[in-house]
Design a protein around this ligand. Structure first.
Ligand code: ADP
Ligand code: MG
Length: 287
């Protein structure tokens, strides 16, 4: 099964991907995680260091695929999870889709692409141009990470549109949303009421998760020394169990930007979250 994990920058995609990868390994799956974010730190908590990217390796070998060995680009991390970083196109030039295409091409040449039970693509979703949507071409499911705020839901809605578009030509479905770093889910609930899709879990803001990133370890690795962290691992195991049961998922219909903005305004108006003086003629003015 191939799963593409998308969401706004900094929302927690890589943290969730790495911990899901370990949770999958704990469930007996052979896992490959492919970082498809130019930030190339997707697999950091699995390996404990920034591994060389596919693009850097290809460049250093003058794009001679035959000179590249699996161990040049596939690094084995904690709990035997295999890790690849696609890398990014040169700043201000090139295309993220090209990078993902080259990564998949190389993994196929190395006979590595079909060797795994699960491949996780960790992809940024601020801009879902055709390039960054490329991992959807190879995926069975898309999983979107969001919080309870407008920016992340706006990105989620864009990703939803990409899934709807790609599902016309690929056997792709949206597994649903995972909320991260939030206790509240009221705006998320409003969104999924308007644009139906499952919510797989809600992870609160937990200081130990932030610390795990700094320490370069997944929560599962830390929990081996600190059993009080096991409750956090259970969030990830719960998500993985839902994915392994092959969820039905949805082919979504995204909202228009106007609908999404109206949803937000209505939400703030009905919840009176703001100063009433900011509301004129039933329109929210944010200065
Ligand atoms: P992304 O891959 O989406 O850019 P990261 O996974 O790198 O985001 O996470 C961004 C930051 O947020 C990291 O410092 C990470 O440790 C922290 N973080 C992620 N999830 C949580 C959480 N549930 N609670 C606290 N901090 C979190
Ligand atoms: Mg990341």
């Amino acid at each position: 099964m191939k799963i593409a994990i998308y969401g706004k920058g900094g929302i927690g995609k890589s943290t969730i991907s790495c911990n899901l990868a370990i949770a999958l390994a704990r469930r007996g799956q052979k896992v490959l995680q492919i970082g498809c974010d130019p930030k190339h730190d997707s697999t950091f908590t699995l390996t404990g260091f920034l591994i060389p990217t596919i693009i850097d390796t290809l460049q250093s070998k003058d794009y001679h695929y035959e000179d590249i060995w699996p161990e040049d680009v596939i690094y084995v991390g904690y709990n035997k999870v295999s890790c690849v970083e696609a890398g990014g196109p040169p700043a201000g030039a090139g295309c993220g889709g090209y990078v993902v295409g080259e990564t998949v091409k190389l993994l196929k040449e190395l006979n590595a692409f079909f060797e795994y039970d699960i491949i996780l693509f960790d992809v940024l979703g601020d801009v879902v141009c055709g390039g960054f949507a490329a991992p959807l071409n190879y995926s069975d499911f898309c999983l979107i990470i969001t919080d309870n705020g407008f920016d992340a839901l706006f990105a989620a809605n864009r990703i939803t549109a990409s899934v709807r578009e790609k599902s016309k030509t690929h056997p792709l479905r949206l597994a649903g949303l995972v909320a991260n770093r939030t206790y509240k889910r009221d705006l998320i609930d409003k969104y999924v009421e308007a644009c139906p899709m499952p919510v797989l879990d809600i992870l609160p803001l937990i200081e130990d998760i932030r610390i795990s990133r700094v320490q370069g370890k997944t929560l599962f690795e830390l929990a081996e020394s600190f059993s009080n962290l096991n409750y956090i691992c259970d969030f990830y195991l719960n998500i993985v169990d839902q994915l392994l049961s092959v969820p039905e998922g949805v082919i979504p219909s995204e909202l228009t930007d106007q609908q999404l903005f109206k949803l937000l305004s209505d939400f703030y108006l009905t919840n009176q979250c703001c100063d009433q003086s900011q509301i004129k003629n039933n329109v929210l003015f944010i200065e």
